[in-house]
Each structure stands twice: as structure tokens, then as C-alpha cells.
Write a protein that binds this ligand. Structure first.
Ligand code: AHM
Ligand code: MG
Length: 342
């Protein structure tokens, strides 16, 4: 659900109008947003012509001109880091594409964590993909290089988070802790314009999203919850619909707007799940909570987890509040998560 938008407001105008929503209201965070939006527009342009230019394919391959071809996710990473380095407000970037922290400006006040192009398996087949970002205020003093401690803050310390969805239209959705707003890129004027104001997600939905191909490796609580989703109970609108794109941003966005739950659990193969806590789970957790939903690792609030590693993974159960709570109830029923370990 969202409030009806009746007049054209660009994202930059919106940020100016809502300056007081930005913590510390000094304009620096707004400038950081300007840098992220610029890079998003560049990446959007390149995603859109990815089939035409030789930008798809494996990193390290060579195109017909003999130039090195960069995979689109590597290319997106470069664009975002460039924009954030140029802008001056960002002290360091944590990216899915880089093992180490990129320390970009000792004078910057903010830490940006991001997955520059999420849904990599969908890049080559023209299915929606996205950029996820999360912004923290640094803890270390300004003037020195950002530290690991700056980068290992819990999700509850985020000052802003959002994503760009490169889909049938390109959208920017963000929160600064004062609700969630969405902006759609109007190609005719080259601006993100407010399209969905004050988004709230339904408390209950009828969609569950999970890669059921991994069913045999799921914890027993997840298996039981899936059965619950599939059971026929008319008055509770069950069975739910199963929808899974395999692009977190796209699956999350659909469920945010319609109501639903997305689960990427721990499995017997991947005991911590697949998605990364700092730049995939936490930003989406901030957004969903701001929209009235919930994000859990099956047992506790995602944003309360204190990261110990940059690329740490976490199971994630995220979406409509009542659905996430129901999945947690199922998880809590099993002391040992996998039947074969009992
Ligand atoms: P990526 O960051 O390498 O693209 O991986 C994250 C993606 C998510 O977008 C998506 O939800 C998930 O991995 C799909 O994984 P799977 O193919 O195991 O279902
Ligand atoms: Mg990813």
C-alpha cells in the first residue's frame, strides 16, 4: 500500500523538502544520495543496453575489439565506487565484489555497504536485477582512514538504506528511518520521480518465495513452514502462491508491494545461508521494518546481529509481519535444525 502521488516530484526535490528527515541534516547525506543516484543512472543505462554491447559474459574475456570485457556486476561496482570516491562524503565502501574495504576518503563521514548488482544469475537472461545499498555513520574520527569497526556495525545503526530495481521500469526505493518512498526513473526527463509515497507492506500476504530446489537441505522448521504455506485452509487464504525469481531485489520488491515472505534459510550445505548480512540482509531489513514488516534470521531480529566479518552470511526470513512470525514459530519447534542430526 502507498499514498497516491498527485504531482511530479523528483528525488532530489524530495530530499531537499525532507532535509529534516536526514539525520544530522547537514546536507552531507543528501550529497551521498546524489552520488548513489548518479551511479545508478549510469548502471541503469548499461544494464539496458547490456545485450547490445559486449558487456555480458565472463570477467576476463576479450571482446571483438580486443578489449577486456568486464562482467556487468564488476562494471557496476566500479561505477558506484567511482561516484562515491568523487563525491567526498563517503569514507569507505564495503562491496560484495571486493574482499577488502575500499577506503575512499578519510574526510568522509559515511560508510556505504553495497551489492552493486544483485541477482547475478539473472544478468545474462534479461531478468530483473538490482543494486542494494546501506549507509552508516562512521565511528572513527574524521580525518583518518575508516576502520573495520566502522564497517562492522549492526543493522540497527543504519542511517539510510535502499535499492535500485532494474526491472520493467527502474525504481529507487529508500528509507532514512522515516518511512519508505519509491521513485520511478522517467527516461524522458532522466529523473527518478516520486511514484509511491509512504509505502506500507500488508501484515499478511499470500506469497511465499524460497528456492524449493534446496528442499531436502532445509531445516525441519522451514520444511514444516513450507507445508503450512501449501496447506488448504480457505479462511486463511491458503495455499499461498509460490513466486521465486532468484533476484533478491525483485522478489523483495514484489512481496513488499503485495505482501508475502521471502526466505533464504540456512541449509545442511550452507549453515549460515547464502545472503550477506551487511549489504543484502540489513538494508532490506531496515526497509521492511520501516514499511511495517519484519526481518528475522529465523530466531532473532536481523538488525540486532553484530557482524564479525565483512562478508558474513545470514539466514533471512523477511516480509509481512504475521508471515515472518509464523515462520519463526515453526523454526522454534525444532531444537536440532536437521532431522539427520537428531
Ligand atoms: P548474488 O549476490 O551472487 O547475485 O546472490 C544473491 C542472489 C539473490 O539475489 C537471490 O535471491 C539468491 O541469490 C538466489 O540464490 P539461489 O539461486 O541459490 O536461489
Ligand atoms: Mg548479491
Amino acid at each position: 500500500m502507498e499514498n497516491k502521488v498527485t504531482q511530479l516530484t523528483t528525488v532530489h526535490q524530495f530530499i531537499l523538502d525532507r532535509q529534516n528527515d536526514f539525520p544530522y541534516a547537514t546536507g552531507e547525506l543528501s550529497r551521498l544520495f546524489r552520488d548513489i543516484i548518479l551511479a545508478a543512472r549510469i548502471v541503469n543505462r548499461d544494464v539496458n543496453k547490456a545485450g547490445l554491447v559486449d558487456i555480458l559474459g565472463n570477467f576476463g574475456s576479450v571482446n571483438v575489439q580486443g578489449e577486456e570485457v568486464k562482467k556487468l556486476d564488476i562494471h557496476a561496482n566500479i561505477q558506484f565506487i567511482k561516484a562515491l570516491s568523487r563525491g567526498g562524503e563517503c569514507a569507505a565502501v564495503i562491496s560484495e565484489e571486493d574482499e577488502e574495504i575500499s577506503k575512499v576518503n578519510p574526510l568522509g563521514k559515511y560508510i556505504v555497504a553495497m551489492d552493486p548488482l544483485d541477482g547475478s544469475s539473472n544478468i545474462d537472461v534479461n531478468v530483473s536485477i538490482g543494486t542494494i545499498f546501506s549507509i552508516y555513520r562512521r565511528i572513527s574520527p574524521i580525518g583518518v582512514d575508516a576502520t573495520l569497526e566502522d564497517c562492522l556495525q549492526p543493522g540497527s545503526a543504519q542511517v539510510a538504506a535502499g535499492y535500485i530495481l532494474y526491472g520493467s521500469s527502474t525504481m529507487l526505493i529508500y528509507t532514512t528511518g522515516k518511512g519508505v518512498n519509491a521513485f520511478t526513473l522517467d527516461l524522458s526527463i532522466g529523473e527518478f520521480c516520486l511514484s509511491h509515497a509512504n509505502i506500507t507492506t500488508p501484515n499478511m500476504g499470500s506469497i511465499y518465495s524460497i528456492n524449493e530446489g534446496n528442499y531436502k537441505k532445509f531445516p525441519d522448521g522451514v520444511k514444516k513452514y513450507i507445508k503450512y504455506c501449501q496447506d488448504e485452509v480457505k479462511e486463511e487464504k491458503r495455499p499461498y502462491n509460490s513466486r521465486y525469481i532468484g533476484s533478491f531485489v525483485a522478489d523483495f520488491h514484489r512481496n513488499l508491494m503485495k505482501g508475502g515472505i521471502y526466505i533464504y534459510p540456512n541449509t545442511s550445505k550452507d549453515p549460515n545461508g547464502k545472503l550477506r548480512l551487511i549489504y543484502e540482509c540489513n538494508p532490506m531489513a531496515f526497509l521492511i521494518e520501516q514499511a511495517g514488516g519484519k526481518a528475522s534470521d529465523g530466531f532473532r531480529r536481523i538488525m540486532d546481529i553484530k557482524p564479525t566479518e565483512l562478508h558474513q552470511r545470514s539466514p533471512v526470513f523477511i516480509g509481512s509481519k504475521e508471515m515472518v512470525e509464523k515462520s519463526e514459530e515453526h523454526m522454534a519447534e525444532f531444537v536440532t535444525p536437521f532431522a539427520d542430526k537428531k
